[in-house]
Structure formats: structure tokens, C-alpha cells
Design a protein around this ligand. Structure first.
Ligand code: HMH
Length: 232
């Protein structure tokens, strides 16, 4: 069954950069078992820093969902479940880091991590539309879901000690959560695009801002993978 939301249109329109983010050489190296374990450890430390910054961003989306006052949309429940997973994720990072001998208190953010975290802070500003924020949220989670699910597909040679990491984002439950985020973003985009807002010009502006934000997420994700590989 073809899916016809705005997010799907973007993924097709920007196919090359989308593939660049979700089928990055770092992910392909996990999938074919040739991954450099020092690269994985670098990714682990940097992603822990990213996830800590991602929590307040998701909390800011939750606040905006609440302020919209549309209880029947179910947006708050989805976002709140995301915060719950992030709580587990932070605990997992700590446990995984000690398993690999990475001291998280000693990890300094590298440039791509700093830039990505700064971007999240910009998205937390009150003047950023809920539509733009939910599109970014969907894109950030979906890149990880599609990337790590690829490492678990039949025929992949992901090393056993990395399978748990891939499961975190590659499992079906996380996939379902990403579909819920996509539905939230698509519903918002649909509302803006159909000009149900009195100021059509403002609504169109929101849709194009959201598309640009989607592209920026993909670029930050590619930079993040490049850094993990050590090719940044
Ligand atoms: C860099 N992007 C990055 N880290 C993550 N943990 C996710 C997305 C998904 O939560």
C-alpha cells in the first residue's frame, strides 16, 4: 500500500541525501561485520552526549503538544512514550560504555556533535512552529530506525556484540513509534499545506521551513556518522 504523506514525498524528492543518511558507510560496515571497534566506541560516547541534549528537545515538543490543547490527537502520549524510551536509552548508554571501557565523564563533544546539539537548541526556541519541530523529531528518530534495522536484516553479518545496539533502534516497536511520529508530522503538514490557517502565506512558509529542517537533520546525521567513522 503506497503511503502518501508529505514526509514520504520529501524522502523521495531528496532520495540521495536520505540514502546517504540511512545507508552510511559506518552503518554498512556494521552490517557487513567490518566495523572498526574504535569507531563504534567513538560513536557511543558522542551519541550519549547527543541523547542527553535530545531529551530537552523532546520535552519542548511535549510542551508544545500540550499547549495546542488538542487532547484527542494523542500526540502527547506518543511524545511521552518517546521520553520514556530516552530514559531507558540513557541507562543503556552508561551500561554499554562500561562494557566497552569508555569513560563517559571523560568524553568531550566533537564538532559535529556540538553543531547538532546547537541545532536542537535552536529548535527549542518558542518561535519555532510545532509543525517544524515534529518534522525534525520524526526525521531524527527515523534515520536511526532505518539505519539500524538495516543491520538486522537477513543476510547481515553484524557482529554479535553490536546486535543489542542495533536492536535498540532497529526493533519493530521502535519502527511503530517512528510511524506514529510520522503521522503527527504529516497531520501538521497537511493542516499547514491545506491553508486551514487564516494566513495561507504563513502556512506555506511553515511547510517549506519544515522541509529545510528535514534536510538539515539529514546533513547533521551524515556529519555524525562521518565523525564516528573518523572521516569527518
Ligand atoms: C545522532 N541521531 C543521533 N543519535 C540518536 N540517538 C538518534 C538520532 C535517535 O535517537
Amino acid at each position: 500500500v503506497p503511503y502518501g504523506g508529505m514526509t514520504d514525498t520529501w524522502a523521495k524528492k531528496h532520495r540521495l541525501i536520505y540514502i546517504g543518511a540511512t545507508r552510511h558507510p559506518f552503518i554498512l560496515s556494521i552490517r557487513d561485520g567490518t566495523v572498526d571497534l574504535s569507531a563504534f566506541k567513538r560513536w557511543l560516547g558522542q551519541d550519549y552526549i547527543f541523547v542527553r541534549a535530545f531529551v530537552p528537545f523532546v520535552a519542548s515538543v511535549l510542551i508544545r503538544a500540550y499547549k495546542k490543547g488538542d487532547e484527542s490527537s494523542g500526540d502527547m502520549e506518543v511524545i511521552l512514550s518517546g521520553l520514556g524510551s530516552l530514559n531507558d536509552e540513557i541507562a543503556w548508554f552508561k551500561q554499554e560504555a562500561s562494557k566497552w571501557g569508555v569513560d563517559l565523564s571523560q568524553v568531550a563533544p566533537e564538532k559535529p556533535t556540538q553543531h547538532y546539539c546547537r541545532f536542537l537548541e535552536e529548535l527549542m526556541r518558542p518561535e519555532v512552529d510545532y509543525t517544524v519541530a515534529t518534522a525534525a523529531f520524526w526525521a531524527i528518530e527515523t534515520v536511526y530506525q532505518e539505519s539500524f534495522a538495516h543491520c538486522l536484516e537477513e543476510g547481515s553479518k553484524t557482529p554479535p556484540e553490536l546486535q543489542e545496539a542495533c536492536q535498540r533502534w532497529g526493533n519493530d516497536g521502535f519502527g511503530h513509534y517512528c510511524s506514529s511520529l510520522r503521522n503527527i508530522a504529516d497531520r501538521q503538514l497537511e493542516k499547514a499545506a491545506s491553508g486551514s490557517e487564516p494566513l495561507v502565506k504563513v502556512s506555506e512558509d511553515v511547510v517549506s521551513k519544515a522541509e529545510v529542517t528535514f534536510l538539515r537533520v539529514l546533513e547533521y546525521e551524515v556529519d555524525f556518522w562521518n565523525m564516528s567513522c573518523g572521516t569527518a
